[in-house]
Design a protein around this ligand. Sequence first.
Ligand SMILES: [Zn+2]
Length: 260
Amino acid sequence: MVLAWDYCGACTSCKAGKVLYCLNFFLHNFHGARPDGTTTLRKGDQVVHGSFFCQSSFADFALANERNVVKVQDDAPLEVLAPMGCGVMTGAGAVMNALQPRPGASIAYHLNILGECRSDWQSDLLLPLLFEKIPHIPFIIVEDALSANAPHIRKLQRHKLHFILGVKPGDHAHLFDYVAQAHARGDTTEFERQVAGVTQRFRYLNDAPLNASNLDVRVNFLEYWEIQGNQVQHFTWITDFHHPRQCPHVDARGPRPLED
Ligand SMILES: [Zn+2]
């Protein structure tokens, strides 16, 4: 069995097949009891509230409603089914029902739903799934600096998934030194432009080693400053996308070198 959320089945949203937007959603999922106020749990005479998402299933046994129980095959992989009750159903529903993307559309999908399980789940299950089951869709994996490590990048490369990952000087000292040296030699591509009173400054370097112990993991480095008055925001990423020597978005005068 796989458990998901409950819904009333009688309101206008439910009757329209949009059970995620059930008008009685709170009563059925966050009320700590059945909609009529009775509880599914007790200790002796004592009332115990539960029924979170109409299940409270962090136990050997759980009381649920037939509406939020889905029977699955005995040999179905539980580790793949487990995230479906929440993350995939809400996410897939949002994409297919609300966004209704046309061919060629791009979608940003936030996967930080599984807390500490995230990395393992993404790496070992989700990434191969994305590549093997739907290879015709070009994915771009965007993650924070925790994911900018050699084993993870090798995995992304193996599955031919594009990536944009954050990097930080403290965690990637070798990479930042490498870029600084390239900058000193004039090997980086740099330019800035003004957009609505904001200065946008870019620095690119292709084909840099991720770190000293993984010189074979080559990445493209992108650094970006956004400057407005005294406020400066600064971001750094690595990606498999090749930065063009000249950015097509630069104004007609073309890229201009940065001043130090
Ligand atoms: Zn309803």
